[in-house]
Design a protein around this ligand. Structure first.
Ligand code: SAH
Ligand code: SF4
Ligand code: F3S
Length: 484
């Protein structure tokens, strides 16, 4: 970069403050952290509210209509804030912030950047998910002209190259857990989904780059890493010899890094659940006994219409094999109800699949037609009231399973990684191997450590534990907890 970065006009109120609001999936959470890293060398420190910020970035999600619409309403609110500031600046109060830069990043920016610029003139910058490393340069250009839309091309390799330690310094860490994006994009083209259009084709970071970032994180006290990708188990990043790796091989290499005790990955597609990855669950202590494996529907007919490219039996077989490799593994999933053409009988197949599998947690959504996707133009849309009723029934079943799973932990011991202090200060909140939130009193001195905890009881959304334990047995088996 040859030009001097843009300088806000109110130089009397340094440091510059950055507020990033993140919508959508964990990949956006990772991207938001990296945007903060890219902007830190320009003097931007992060803050918790837009009211306090010179620069506001909305990192957006396009997956469902509601997610995209939230962005426009938030932009309306920001515009008022920006206008009020411009008015105040003419009265020159001296200390208050007098300007605000607004950027829209992420998947809505990618999908409808021009519309954002048209609908909301207060927006200064639109930047897609593969181009945010260019934010410093965009700020410079913005000083000259508003209204550029940057980032319509997909070249994650440039982005990750620009985000290396050598170029921007160490990435910031936020406690003992961290996300690490290893794979981007999707080639699956499920008929309902915008991701292949917003994030582009599947691409994996080279093994060496992933290991370097992981070592950096471990050096800063990170004990648990969650590997991210839209199809993370399709990971095929280049090894040192130029040959493609696999997620299982990557997990084995990561497990060798001193200090890194826990590895997770998300999100996986059933068709990429390879033999070596299943085996890794039995071989690697560090690979946590937790698998998020979305199936979307339990009906073969609907799975075909969704272009998921597998049927329900294949899913059952996979679950059996994963459980054989790691008996205490807990399952999580994503479901869509009300996909075009879904009948009561199709929906019953989904309920049946959920009963048979038994989930420790899951996300479920009403189908939302997305512009440009094949399913949006199907004639047989399900009435909203019917879809809502199905969603309620499915969620009641999933919540009952989750509550039963958590309740069954009572009286057992487990390792908990303490992440942060709880409400009263002395309480600490950590994560179980099964991603449950665990609350323990008088444990605030243990933040950042993995400690054995005895579970007193489990509720729908969390477990309560204590440090002292006396003869409790480790939770090892699924114990016929759920389903039935
Ligand atoms: N790559 C992951 C999913 C990423 S999107 C996978 O294949 O499973 C996260 C979830 O959002 C999806 O699993 C799906 O359940 C939901 N989703 C995606 N598009 C949707 C739509 N148009 N309407 C409702 N839910 C949707
Ligand atoms: Fe979307 Fe399907 Fe790709 Fe998942 S696999 S991101 S649901 S297209
Ligand atoms: Fe949303 Fe984009 Fe993630 S559409 S779910 S933020 S990949």
């Amino acid at each position: 970069m040859t030009e001097t970065p843009f300088t806000p006009s109110d130089e009397q109120t340094p440091p510059r403050r950055l507020f990033i609001k993140t919508y959508g999936c964990q990949m956006n959470v990772y991207d938001s952290e990296r945007m903060a890293d890219v902007l830190r060398p320009l003097g931007y420190a992060t803050t918790d509210t837009a009211e306090d910020a010179d620069f506001v970035i909305l990192n957006t999600c396009h997956i469902r209509e509601k997610a995209a619409e939230k962005v426009y309403s938030e932009l309306g609110r920001l515009r008022e804030l920006k206008d009020a500031r411009a008015r105040n600046s003419t009265t020159a109060t001296g200390t208050s912030r007098t300007s605000m830069i607004i950027a829209v990043a992420g998947c809505v920016a990618q999908a409808e950047g021009e519309e954002i610029m048209r609908r909301q003139p207060a927006v200064d910058i639109v930047v897609g998910p593969q181009a945010y490393h260019q934010l410093p340069e965009l700020l410079t250009r913005m000083a000259r002209a508003r209204g550029e839309r940057i980032g319509a091309d997909f070249a994650p390799v440039d982005k990750f190259d620009a985000l290396t330690f050598e170029k921007i310094g160490a990435r910031s860490v936020n406690g003992p857990t961290a996300f690490l994006t290893v794979q981007e994009g999707c080639d699956k083209f499920c008929s309902f989904c915008v991701v292949p259009y917003t994030r582009g084709a599947e691409w994996s970071r080279p093994v060496a780059a992933v290991l370097a970032e992981a070592r950096q994180l471990a050096d800063k006290g990170v004990r648990e890493i969650t590997l991210l990708g839209q199809n993370v188990n399709a990971y095929d990043g280049e090894e040192a010899d130029g040959k493609p790796s696999t997620l299982a091989r990557l997990a084995h290499a990561l497990a060798e890094i001193p200090g890194l005790s826990r590895i997770r990955y998300t999100t996986s597609h059933p068709n990429d659940m390879s033999d070596d990855l299943i085996a890794a669950h039995g071989e690697l202590e560090a690979l946590m006994p937790w698998l998020h494996l979305p199936v979307q529907s339990g009906s073969d007919r609907i799975l075909r219409a969704m272009n998921r490219k597998h049927g329900r039996q294949k899913y059952f077989d996979l679950i059996d094999r994963v459980r054989a490799a790691r008996p205490d593994i807990a399952l999580s999933g994503d479901f869509i109800v009300g996909f075009p053409g879904e009948t009561d009988a199709d929906f019953e197949q989904t309920m049946d699949l959920v009963r048979r599998v038994g989930y420790a947690s899951a996300f479920s959504f009403m189908y939302s037609p997305r512009p440009g996707t094949p399913a949006a133009s199907l004639g047989s849309q399900v009435p909203a009231a019917v879809a809502r009723e199905r969603l309620h029934a499915l969620q009641a079943l999933l919540w009952a399973q989750q509550t039963a799973f958590n309740a069954a932990m009572a009286g057992h011991t487990m390792d908990v990684l303490f992440e942060k202090t709880g409400r009263n200060g002395a309480q600490a909140i950590g994560r179980s191997p099964w991603l449950q939130s665990v609350h323990v009193e008088d444990a605030d001195h243990l933040i950042g450590r993995i400690v054995t905890v005895e579970i007193e009881h489990g509720r729908q959304n969390s477990l309560k534990g204590r440090l002292l334990h006396d003869g409790a047995t480790p939770f090892k088996q699924r114990d016929q907890l759920i389903g039935a």
